[in-house]
Design a protein around this ligand. Structure first.
Ligand SMILES: Cc1cc2nc3c(=O)[nH]c(=O)nc-3n(C[C@H](O)[C@H](O)[C@H](O)COP(=O)(O)O)c2cc1C
Ligand SMILES: CC(C)CC(=O)C(=O)O
Length: 419
């Protein structure tokens, strides 16, 4: 975290990543930053944006740029939601409360992971207080547990609290093999709780959600110690919840109808990667899909999300919203995804890095950076509204035939072969 004396200059999400993760304990840093197996998909997500040039249009009076967009019946400041990410108090003691305040104040939608270290009620309250002057809102991400009652209770609490939608993550019938987590023997720190679940339910997600033994916490060393509990909730709790189990691996597409039969909230499915599954989502009544490979944390070698976005947009044909996440690190990444047909983007790690860097202020910085870069990209391409980006769509992009990256590699190969 920064101090007043030595504030680094943070201009980009990469700067934020660098300065945030520099000081995070190794176990947390690698949990947040890591992907599954060889991290091909994680790297592919980020690299995919470099495969597209942006083709700007000139002399179009860009004196007024409107970055706002519509999502979940709200007018948001720019087309980027906060992607659900678990256990945010590992990044900063204020955890999800800080993220909710920053997202609310910024006027964007926060996706809360059901595996949050703050209860969904507290998060919603923080978000509401911050949205006095904005249309920010919250949606709840969840997995469906074998014990359906746990999921039903969660949905009913989300309804009561005023969440706008349920995001059902469908890419996790089994946890991706995250080698760093295995190597680090990743454990949820004992002072944190899975705040949405009652300890008596004994629900668990998987081995990587083991909870650190309390007596071990005193043996933390500098490289593995975690921020101390400081917020209202964590200081109130004296025991650690058992981690909630177990996603139901027997789920099929009927799950959408089941959810719709128990809630009037919109149901978005997160984790669609093929045109065929997008079609099934539409057929089974999903209110929207999120094209996502879980930030490269589930199936390694799954395609980069930007790569499959156009074919999914084509098959959905505007029948339901197509949202998108994976590898967004720049405003121009959001711009490219919109050109390829996404209705809305979500950013995961950039927000976590902001949170780790400076709590609420850091999350706000991450969102400000993305918005400002997106605005600049709009102005420099002659696009005055998100609607215009949609109209011009793919005509604003050109596929790169040889990327600078490839050129670099072929130069290296030439140098090597000439030695
Ligand atoms: C540390 C971490 C925790 C995550 N936790 C969840 C989660 O609880 N539920 C979920 O559906 N997705 C989760 N995700 C995936 C994100 O919602 C999102 O799909 C992904 O981060 C997007 O990629 P990006 O980080 O490159 O923006 C998590 C991602 C990260 C990095
Ligand atoms: C606690 C996990 C279920 C969160 C997750 O989805 C992730 O770590 O990618």
């Amino acid at each position: 975290m920064s101090t007043a004396q030595s504030k680094p200059q943070i201009l980009t999400i990469d700067d934020l990543e660098h300065h945030a993760t520099l000081h995070l304990p190794k176990m947390v840093r690698e949990y947040y930053n890591g992907g599954s197996m060889d991290s091909y998909t994680l790297q592919g997500n980020v690299h995919a944006y470099r495969q597209w040039y942006i083709m700007p249009r000139m002399l179009r009076d860009v004196s007024r740029i409107d970055t706002s967009a519509q999502v979940f019946d709200r007018k948001v400041t720019f087309p980027c939601c906060v992607a659900p990410a678990a256990m945010q108090k590992m990044a900063h003691p204020d955890g999800e409360e800080a993220t909710a305040r920053a997202a609310g104040a910024k006027g964007v939608v926060m996706g809360l992971s059901s595996f949050s270290t703050t209860s969904l009620e507290v998060v919603k309250k923080e978000c509401d207080e911050a949205t006095a002057a904005t249309e920010g809102a919250c949606v709840l991400q969840m997995y469906l547990f074998e014990n359906r009652k746990v999921s039903e209770d969660l949905i009913s609490r989300a309804e009561k609290s005023g969440y706008k939608a349920i995001v059902l993550t469908i890419d996790t019938p089994y946890f991706g093999r995250r080698l760093t987590e295995l190597r680090n023997n990743f454990k949820v720190p004992s002072h944190l709780t899975m705040a949405n679940f009652d300890a008596s339910l004994g629900v668990k997600t998987g081995s990587h959600l083991r909870t650190e033994e309390r007596q071990n916490s005193s043996s933390d060393n500098n490289t593995n110690s975690l921020p101390p509990p400081s917020s209202k909730e964590s200081s109130r709790k004296t025991t650690t919840n058992p981690p909630p189990n177990k996603n139901d691996p027997s789920l099929t597409w009927d799950v959408i109808q089941y959810l719709k039969s128990i809630t009037s909230l919109k149901i978005f499915v997160k984790g669609v990667l093929t045109a065929s599954d997008a079609q099934l989502a539409v057929r089974h009544g999903a209110d929207g899909i999120i094209v996502s490979n879980h930030g490269g944390r589930q199936l390694d070698c799954a395609p980069p999300t930007l790569e499959v976005l156009p074919e999914i947009v084509d098959v959905v044909g505007g029948r339901i919203p197509v949202h998108f996440d994976g590898g967004i690190r720049r405003g121009s990444d959001i711009f490219k995804a919109l050109c390829l047909g996404a209705d809305m983007c979500w950013a995961g790690r950039p927000v976590l890095w902001g949170l780790a860097y400076d709590g609420e202020r850091g999350v706000k910085m991450a969102l400000d950076i993305l918005e400002e870069e997106f605005r600049a990209c709009m102005a420099l391409t002659g696009m005055r509204s998100v609607e215009e980006i949609r109209q011009y769509g793919r005509s604003l992009l050109r596929r790169v035939s040889t990327t600078p990256w490839d050129i670099q590699l072929s130069r290296q190969a030439k140098v090597k072969s000439s030695l």
